[in-house]
Design a binder for this molecule. Structure first.
Ligand SMILES: [Fe+2]
Ligand SMILES: [Fe+2]
Length: 208
C-alpha cells in the first residue's frame, strides 16, 4: 500500500514564517516515518521531496539576498549550504535503506533526524533571526513569494528520487560544500573511535 502525502503549497507570506512552518513540517514527517502504523514509504518520500525543495529554494532565493543586504555574512551563508549538504548525505542513506522495517532504516532515520534538527536550530538562530530584524517586511514578503514559488515548482516536478539526491550530493562535493567520500569515511572512523573512548571514560567514572 502506498499513499501519497499532500504537502501544502503556500504562495505568499513572510519568508521567515514560511520557512518556520516547513521546519515544523519536517518534524511531523520525521515522526510519521518513525511510526509503525503509517505508510512509511509514503512519509519517507514526502519528507525527502520537502527537504530538497525547501533547501534548494533557500539557497537560490533567500541566502544570496540576505547576504547582499548584509543581514548575514558569507560565512553564515556558506555554513548553511554545508549543512544542507550534510542533510543530503543523510537523506541519501535513508532513501537507500531497503524496506522500511529494518535496522538500517531505523539507524538512517535517527541520523537524518539529528542532522535536520541541528540545521533547523542553527538556521533559526543565525539566519532567520537577522532576517527578521535586518530586512523590511516588504523584502521578507518578496523573498517569501520567490522562495515559495521555487519550492512549489520543485515539489510539483519531483526533486528527490534516489538518482536526484545522489546527483545533488556529487554537486555538493564539486562545489566544496561537502568533503569527498573518502575523507568523510575517515572522519567517521575517527569520530566513532573517540566516542567509544569517551563512553569508556564515563562508564569507568560511574563504576569508580
Ligand atoms: Fe530551512
Ligand atoms: Fe536550510
Amino acid at each position: 500500500m502506498t499513499t501519497s502525502i499532500f504537502v501544502s503549497r503556500p504562495t505568499s507570506g513572510d519568508v521567515v514564517d514560511l520557512i518556520l512552518e516547513d521546519h515544523r513540517l519536517f518534524e511531523d514527517l520525521l515522526r510519521e516515518c518513525r511510526r509503525t502504523d503509517r505508510d512509511r514509504s509514503a512519509s519517507r518520500q514526502a519528507l525527502a521531496e520537502l527537504l530538497v525543495a525547501h533547501a534548494e529554494a533557500e539557497e537560490t532565493h533567500v541566502y544570496p539576498k540576505l547576504r547582499r543586504r548584509d543581514a548575514i555574512t558569507d560565512h553564515e551563508a556558506e555554513h548553511g549550504e554545508e549543512e544542507h549538504a550534510d542533510i543530503t548525505e543523510a537523506l541519501l542513506e535513508f532513501l537507500e535503506a531497503k524496506g522500511t522495517d529494518t535496522q538500517k532504516y531505523d539507524d538512517a532515520l535517527e541520523k537524518l533526524s539529528s542532522v535536520v534538527a541541528h540545521h533547523s536550530v542553527e538556521e533559526e538562530l543565525t539566519i532567520l533571526n537577522p532576517a527578521r530584524t535586518e530586512v523590511s517586511a516588504d523584502v521578507r514578503a518578496e523573498l517569501g513569494r520567490q522562495w515559495a514559488l521555487a519550492r512549489n515548482r520543485l515539489l510539483d516536478a519531483g526533486c528527490a528520487s534516489v538518482a536526484q539526491v545522489r546527483a545533488l550530493l556529487e554537486q555538493a562535493v564539486v562545489e566544496g560544500a561537502l568533503a569527498p567520500a573518502e575523507a568523510r569515511e575517515q572522519a567517521e572512523e575517527i569520530t566513532g573511535a573517540a566516542k567509544e573512548r569517551a563512553e569508556e571514560v564515563l562508564e569507568e567514572a560511574k563504576d569508580g
